[in-house]
Each structure stands twice: as C-alpha cells, then as structure tokens.
Design a protein around this ligand. Structure first.
Ligand code: C5P
Length: 230
C-alpha cells in the first residue's frame, strides 16, 4: 500500500485582495505552494504528489517543482471538491484503490512535519481514515440567520477541520463522485465520506496549520514558519 498526496491549488483566492493567487505569494523566501509542496515531495513515505491547478494558472511553471519527477499536475475544477476528484482521477494507472491519499490545501504551508507523521501513523490501520483537527476553544453561537443568537452550541464536541485529510483512494473517489452526482458541493473530503455514513477519525494537530485566506494571514504564516525554524 502506497501513500500519495493531493494538493488542491486551483482557487482564485478572492478574499486575499491580490492579483496573484494566494498560493503564489511570497512567504519567507519561497512561494506559499513551494513551502507546502516541500513537505510532501521530500517525504520518503509519499510516492507522488498531484497538484490541481486552475485553467488560467500562469504561475506554476516558474515554481521550483514544475518539472519535479515526483509531481504530477491535474486540472482544477469549479470548486475544491472538483479539483480533488480530478487529481484522484489523474492517479489512475499509477495508484491502487487501496492506497492512501493525503489531501492537503496548498494554502496551508505551516503544516508541521510531526503532525503529518502522527496523522499517517495513527490512520494506516484505520478502517475509514481521518483528518487533522483542533478542538474549538471559543464559546460557539448559532445565529438565527441574521445577527441574533439562536443558541449556544456545546463546544466540547466541536473541532476545526484542517488538512491533511487521509482516505483510501477508492473510497474517496467514490465518495466525491457520489456527492457531486447529488450536487452536494462538499467543502472538505471528510464531508464526502460522512455522507456515506462513515465516521472519519479526528487527529489533534497544531493550530498554526492555518489556511491563508486573507492578507493578514501572510505575516501570521511567516511568524509560524519562523517559530518552526523553516
Ligand atoms: O478557497 P479555499 O481557501 O477554501 O480553498 C482551499 C484550497 O482548495 C486552496 O488550496 C485552493 O487553491 C483549493 N481550491 C481548488 N479548486 C477550487 C477552489 C479551491 O483547488 N475550485
């Protein structure tokens, strides 16, 4: 059984307010996506990495991984779930359905190697798979559709869902195809598995594994990378 990585990187990053897509912005000496790729490409347990790129992407060619033998590219789709499915389909012929796939947002460059290791080690024998997450620390409110509170939600059972999310290739492909056939545009991979009635496992990671979304996240990511000595 092999391990593969899939990096959805086809987002346009509207909330960033930058002309350059966020995965290509500079961060501590390399682009965001190069930081992310380095973790997976350098990892000797991971056989290959598929990057899903947007149709208008004019930046990938100038990254240091564009011609790397361990890196394949796939066409991104309209939503993240389409991009991930395309990347899984690009593995056909190389990978087996029983192989594991680690899906990780290109926009999360601060993932710690120790968290990646723990995720892999915890799930290799798991029947379903799972993901990195962090328990919620704030008091959580559900709004009534407007600005008024409808209820305070019990936070003791709530987690933030991060990536990587690790599932068997065949199961995840089936789960995403099933979700898309039902026009359910799931926002992460675990949601697609949950739709099939299976319960992915939550593995606690570190909260510095942020997704770069807004301009103010870049200096924060810079800080986290420095703290990690990267
Ligand atoms: O937009 P958001 O930050 O939630 O995207 C999460 C990840 O999914 C990013 O790495 C982004 O590039 C990717 N994505 C994608 N295809 C899309 C939308 C987002 O690969 N259509």
């Amino acid at each position: 059984v092999k391990l593969w990585a899939v990096l959805p990187a086809a987002g346009v990053g509207k909330r960033m307010g930058s002309k350059i897509p966020k995965q290509y912005l500079e961060l501590s000496g390399r682009t965001v996506i190069e930081h992310t790729l380095k973790l997976f490409v350098d990892h000797d347990r991971i056989s290959g990495v598929v990057v899903a790129l947007g149709p208008e992407d004019g930046y990938w060619g100038s990254t240091s991984y564009a011609a790397h033998p361990k890196v394949l590219r796939a066409a991104g789709g309209a939503e993240r779930c389409h991009s991930v499915l395309n990347a899984l389909l690009a593995l056909e012929g190389r990978a087996e359905d029983a192989d594991w796939v680690l899906v990780h947002d290109a926009a999360r460059p601060c993932l710690r190697l120790e968290d990646l290791e723990r995720l892999i080690d915890s799930l290799l024998d798991d029947a379903v798979g799972g993901l990195l997450g962090v328990p919620v620390r704030d008091t959580m409110k559900r709004a009534n559709g407007g600005e008024r509170i409808d209820a305070t939600v019990d936070r003791s059972a709530l987690w933030h869902a991060y990536t990587p999310q690790m599932f068997r290739l065949g199961l995840l492909r089936h789960a995403l195809q099933d979700a898309l056939a039902a026009s359910d545009l799931v926002t992460d991979d675990a949601s697609a598995i949950e739709r099939l009635g299976q319960a992915p496992r939550l593995i606690e990671g570190h909260a510095d594994n942020i997704k770069i979304t807004r301009a103010e996240d870049l200096p924060l990511a810079h800080f986290h990378l420095r703290q990690q000595g990267r």
